[in-house]
Structure formats: structure tokens, C-alpha cells
Design a protein around this ligand. Structure first.
Ligand code: ZN
Length: 396
């Protein structure tokens, strides 16, 4: 059946496109291993010493700021939250570590995120636009890290039960993170409301049939960056928006668009409490492991650490997080692939149109160059969607 979807030439092109991408996944893990071995082995001590020297130099040069009116309240407030001076060195240490880590992956990121995508006609992005997006992702990664170092360690310095407090706040945040979803992708793409017309009317009627409220249908302008077809629901309840990208509107017919929207609607009715309970417990467990690591490193005096909540322990925390992710992704991926097949079934019950759904999957596979036969290990490592062959066979 797949042979009818892809010509031998198209299949050969998919192999040429995908096989290096799979190899790159292995390369990423190996580089991570190397980077973390280097950081823990020889990086922590000199980097921390350097961070201390730099912040001391900054303090000396700008000591007048500490007595300047109004401005002085900022460092004083930060000192108070941290419980003394020294937060500058901690934050600088983490930011430099994060930048060095990103730099280690920059060649691979650039090759596979830009050159390889362009070589196979998947990316339409200019170098400038790619660079701008990359810079945004650097800042987006840096801000939570600096906040984490400052907030988490600041709290941990005075409370041994800090992990319960941050875990509680985090669990609360998890509950509401879906509500701010609609704003997340707007960092990278412009979105405009779908104009009134046949497609909007058909979607509205379908959602009424599925008994799902939504705020708006938006078109995400991605064609200037990628040819890939994509759709998703963002937010929930009063903030739920149906987002279709311009590539999808260009490639698919109205019934095929309904098949896509029907699939996304299938995710709305999923039981979430089990996943939410799992992530809450996972978060609490992980924070408690951090507390154990903080104690362990202080007790052993690794990297010159004498007190419990020291920023020099965080690289070890990142290593534990990396290993935990490697272990958990296959499990969460398996659950996710199961939910995708169920969402397909939901769409079929909603639209009652199997041939169109099949046609939609085939177009998706062609435009997005989906691999009908990925190696088992790459799927098991944590693919969120089943391979296209499996989805087609499941709706037969
Ligand atoms: Zn899905």
C-alpha cells in the first residue's frame, strides 16, 4: 500500500533525508555525554572561580550603583532574597555553562536545522531569519535558567523543604500552562484570523457536532520558513484556538482540513488527570532528588562545595535530568503514540469519512516527507506519533 503512496524515487529521497537525521540523534546524545563528562570532570571549578572574579570586578567598578538613589534598591532586594551577596556569581556561572553547552551543539544545530532542511526543500527560511529565531531560542532558554538558579537556590539556602514549595507552585503552573499555550508559538510565527468563508463555516459546524467550544480559528504564517503542513489546538476552554498553518490551507481540500481538525478534536476529550498526576509526582520527585544531590555534594565537598545550596551542584543536576529524560521519553512516547491512534479513530467517528482521512494522511506524508519505515529504535526512543504506515493500517 505504501508503494502506492511513494514512488521508488520518493522513497529513496526520504531515506537520503531521514537517515542522516536519525544518525544526528545519536550524535546529540554522544556530544551530551562528552560535554557533561568535561564539565563535571574539569569545568566546574575554574568556571566558578572565573564567575566569582568577574562579578567581584563588576562590583568594584560599579560600586557607586550600590549607593545611588533608587538604583540601589535592586541589588539590595536581590541580596535580601538570596540571603547575602554572591547571587551574581551563581547566575553568571549558569548562564556561561548554558551558552557553552549551546555552542557545543551549534554546528549540528546549524547543519541539521538549516542546511539539511534547505537541501531537501523542507526549509524556505533565509539565513538571517534562522539566525534571528536561534537568538530568540537562546534567550528563551536563558531566562528560566537564571530564574531557576536564583529562585530555587535562594529558597534552598534557607529552607530544607523548598522542593515542596516549588513543586506546589510548579504543579499549579502545569495545570494552567495549557491556558497560555496560544501565545507560545507567536514568538516565532505571525498568526491571523481565518477569514470568513467555506473553511471557517465547515470547522465551526464540525466543532458544534463534537461539542467543543473554541475562541477562534487562526492561520499561522509558516510558509516563509518551512513547507511543512501543521495544525494544532492551543489553550483550553475560553482560550482554545484552532491553529492551521498556511501550508495546510494551501495543500489540503476542505474535507481534508476537517479530517485534520477532527483528529485534533480527538485530543480535547483525552483523559488528562493521569498525565497531570504523573507530571506533578514526577516534578516533586525530581525536585527532591535535587535536594538529595545538594546535600550529597556538600557532604562530600565535591568541586569545593561546603554548603548545601551551591550553584556548583547544578551541572550534576542537569546530568541527572538528561539521564531521566532518556529513560522517560520511551515511556511517554508510547503513551503519546497510543493517544494519536485514538485521535484518528475519534476523527473517523466524527466525520464518518474514511477515504478522505486516508487521503489527508497520504498528503501529509508526502509534503512533510514522513518516513513510512523508520528504524524501530528511533520510534521507541520517544516518537510522539506512530509511523505513517501504522496510522494508515490502523484505519483500514
Ligand atoms: Zn495528534
Amino acid at each position: 500500500m505504501i508503494d502506492a503512496i511513494f514512488s521508488p524515487e520518493a522513497l529513496a529521497e526520504i531515506r537520503a533525508y531521514k537517515d542522516p537525521l536519525y544518525a544526528s540523534r545519536l550524535a546529540y546524545e554522544l556530544i551530551s555525554l562528552g560535554v557533561w563528562a568535561l564539565v563535571l570532570g574539569v569545568g566546574v571549578v575554574p568556571l566558578y572561580a572565573w564567575s566569582g572574579r568577574m562579578t567581584a570586578r563588576f562590583d568594584r567598578r560599579f560600586s557607586s550603583l550600590r549607593s545611588a538613589p533608587i538604583v540601589r534598591t535592586v541589588p539590595r532586594a536581590l541580596d535580601r532574597i538570596w540571603g547575602g551577596p554572591g547571587w551574581g556569581a551563581a547566575v553568571l556561572f549558569l548562564i556561561v555553562l548554558e551558552q557553552a553547552n549551546m555552542l557545543a551543539f551549534l554546528p549540528l544545530d546549524f547543519y541539521f536545522g538549516f542546511i539539511h532542511e534547505r537541501n531537501f526543500g523542507m526549509s524556505t527560511q533565509s539565513l538571517g531569519s534562522y539566525g534571528w529565531d536561534y537568538s530568540k531560542s537562546v534567550v528563551i532558554a536563558m531566562v528560566p535558567l537564571a530564574a531557576l538558579a536564583f529562585g530555587m537556590l535562594g529558597l534552598a539556602r534557607r529552607l530544607s523543604k523548598w522542593w515542596l514549595i516549588i513543586g506546589g507552585v510548579g504543579a499549579f503552573g502545569l495545570l494552567f500552562s495549557a491556558t497560555i499555550d496560544p501565545y507560545r508559538s507567536q514568538v516565532y510565527f505571525d498568526q491571523v484570523p481565518l477569514p470568513p468563508g467555506e473553511v471557517r463555516e465547515a470547522i465551526t459546524a464540525l466543532m458544534r457536532k463534537a461539542d467543543i467550544d473554541f475562541k477562534d480559528v487562526l492561520v499561522e504564517k509558516t510558509l516563509s520558513k518551512t513547507v511543512r503542513v501543521q495544525a494544532y489546538f492551543a489553550g483550553k476552554g475560553p482560550t482554545r484556538t484552532i491553529v492551521l498553518n498556511d501550508a495546510l490551507l494551501k495543500e489540503l481540500t476542505t474535507p481534508e482540513i476537517l479530517a485534520v481538525v477532527g483528529h485534533e478534536a480527538g485530543h480535547v476529550h483525552e483523559r488528562r488527570w493521569l498525565g497531570q498526576l504523573g507530571s506533578t509526582l514526577g516534578l516533586l520527585g525530581f525536585l527532591y532528588v535535587i535536594e538529595l544531590l545538594l546535600r550529597l555534594v556538600a557532604r562530600r565537598g565535591w568541586w569545593g562545595v561546603k554548603e548545601r545550596a551551591d550553584v556548583r551542584t547544578l551541572p550534576l543536576v542537569f546530568v541527572v535530568f538528561w539521564i531521566a529524560t532518556l529513560v522517560i521519553s520511551p515511556v511517554s512516547g508510547a503513551f503519546s503514540r497510543h493517544r494519536e491512534l485514538e485521535a484518528d479513530q475519534f476523527a473517523l467517528r466524527l466525520t464518518g469519512d474514511v477515504p478522505t482521512f486516508r487521503q489527508m494522511l497520504i498528503k501529509l506524508a508526502r509534503v512533510n516527507k514522513m518516513d513510512p519505515d523508520p528504524p524501530a529504535w528511533i520510534v521507541l526512543k520517544g516518537w510522539s506519533h506512530p509511523p505513517i504506515r501504522e496510522r494508515l493500517e490502523a484505519i483500514r
